[in-house]
Ligand binder design. Structure first.
Ligand code: PLP
Length: 457
């Protein structure tokens, strides 16, 4: 039997390729019909979780049909081809200026920023600029540059550990605790010295969704400057909060209204409401991004500065971001984020009412919250068991230990995104209640895997 038969057997799953197991780890010798290859891949990913029920991820899983139309018209655009796709390049430029305006940059049109593949690349660029500025100043003063350090909470996202590892920067972690649930400036003076390139403040801590009080951190650094002369800048990792705070907490001063904030990054693909593959980073002033990190690409016969780790990457997401800015405007973003916030608060209230749990935080910052088992509630089951029971119902809601210093605390977290309606949230509360009741009825401890694999942020 061959694929060139005039009457292929599809959809009876009896065609070569579908009817027999193939070698999955080497390229096949021959071709197969596109329908067959499609069916194999399509079927295999049916076993993935349902993206809309994935309440572990911060990343966009729903866009409207016109966004999907635009996506399908533009997924062939390479963001780096600025000369070939000058309009896409221009729209990228407009987008980061819009973002700079949302973050209250003093002069959004004359500062510098860029799109990236996500917050990770954006954070790396922010960190690199801090390091290079510190190095340049040290060199100019004839001082050594071999021991840079960066200060951050122990609850940073893994990108900051990577940044320090890849670029030879010593990470200095300020441990969080039950009393200090985020980095808040307390005791900062014990961590900084002349080799400190900056402090990372997080708007939307990955573990819990809480905002770090950037203004309090900036005030602590002001005091340190008064006492020691050290002028230490802040990079705000606003991966999720960077696109929530401008709409839901416009009076909160966490952004370029604070002079000490030199750069801010965010994920367009989180609360920027775009599909995966987009981040933004903006500097307060052009000079905070050192010239020796910037490359020129030719663009419409002129030049455009670029500053990125990747060369090729998709341009479509940038167009989707611009689409959302136009489509929603400030009011629309506010309403969409408010709807997610309302759902998160509703879920947090519902969970707080259940005897077994206490909230770690209540979703009053970004629409994300975490809870833990009340001390003494049970020794028969853990939040990992609840995670598994909910997975059987289709919900992906991770349980994980808190970072160093608090690793004995296990929490479970829900990220509410655009697309989780109040109606679905109601079903979720019922499932959490029922599964908790099931676990509470166990007449002995739930067996546990010895080397269980933990959720990674
Ligand atoms: C605070 C924080 N920083 C950075 C990142 C990395 O973002 P991305 O996945 O867009 O690279 C995340 C992702 O969850 C995050 O929560």
């Amino acid at each position: 039997m061959s694929d060139s038969l005039p009457l292929p057997l599809n959809p009876l799953f009896a065609r070569p390729g579908e009817s027999m197991p193939g070698d999955r780890f080497s390229i096949p010798e021959g071709e197969m019909l596109p329908e067959t290859a499609y069916q194999i891949v399509h079927d295999e990913v049916m076993l993935d979780g349902n993206a809309r029920l994935n309440l572990a991820t911060f990343v966009g899983t729903w866009m409207d049909p016109f966004a999907s139309k635009l996506y399908s018209e533009s997924f062939d655009k390479n963001m780096i081809d600025k000369d070939e796709y000058p309009k896409t390049a221009e729209i990228e430029d407009r987008c980061w200026k819009i973002v700079a305006g949302l973050w209250n940059a003093p002069d959004p049109l004359h500062t510098i920023g860029t799109s990236t593949i996500g917050s990770s690349e954006a954070c790396m660029l922010g960190g690199l600029a801090l390091k290079r500025r510190w190095q340049n100043a040290r060199k100019a003063a004839g001082k050594p540059t071999d021991k840079p350090n960066l200060i951050m909470s122990s609850a940073v996202q893994v990108v900051w550990e990577k940044f320090c590892n890849y670029w030879d920067v010593e990470p200095r972690y300020v441990p969080i605790s039950d009393e200090h649930k985020t980095l808040d400036g307390t005791g900062l003076a014990g961590y900084v010295d002349e080799n400190t390139i900056g402090v990372v403040a997080i708007m939307g801590v990955t573990y819990t969704g809480m905002y770090e009080p950037v203004a309090a951190i900036a005030a602590a650094l002001d005091q340190i400057q008064k006492d020691t002369g050290l002028d230490i800048p802040i990079h705000v990792d606003g991966a999720s909060g960077g696109m929530i705070a401008p709409f839901l907490q416009p009076d909160l001063e966490w952004d370029f209204r604070l002079e000490r904030v030199h750069s801010i990054s965010t994920s367009g693909h989180k609360y920027g409401l775009v599909y995966p593959g987009l981040g933004w980073v903006v500097w307060r002033k052009r000079e905070y991004c050192p010239d020796d990190l910037i490359f020129d690409v030719s663009y419409l016969g002129g030049h455009m500065p670029t500053f990125a780790l990747n060369f090729s990457r998709p341009g479509a997401q940038v167009l989707l971001q611009y689409y959302n800015f136009l489509r929603l405007g400030r009011d629309g973003y506010t309403r969409v984020q408010q709807a997610s916030h309302d759902v998160a608060r509703h879920l947090a209230d519902g969970i707080a009412k259940m005897d077994a749990f206490e909230l770690w935080n209540d979703a009053s910052d970004i629409p994300v919250f975490a809870w833990r088992l009340k001390a003494g509630h049970t020794d028969h089951w853990t939040l990992y068991d609840l995670q598994n029971r909910l997975r059987m119902k289709g919900w992906l809601i991770p349980a994980y230990p808190m970072p160093d210093n608090l690793t004995d605390v296990t929490v479970q977290r829900i990220v509410v995104r655009n697309g989780l309606s109040l109606d679905l949230a109601q079903d979720l509360l019922v499932d959490i209640k029922e599964q908790t009741e099931f676990l509470d009825q166990l007449d002995g401890p739930m067996p546990a895997e010895k080397n269980a694999h933990a959720f990674t942020h």
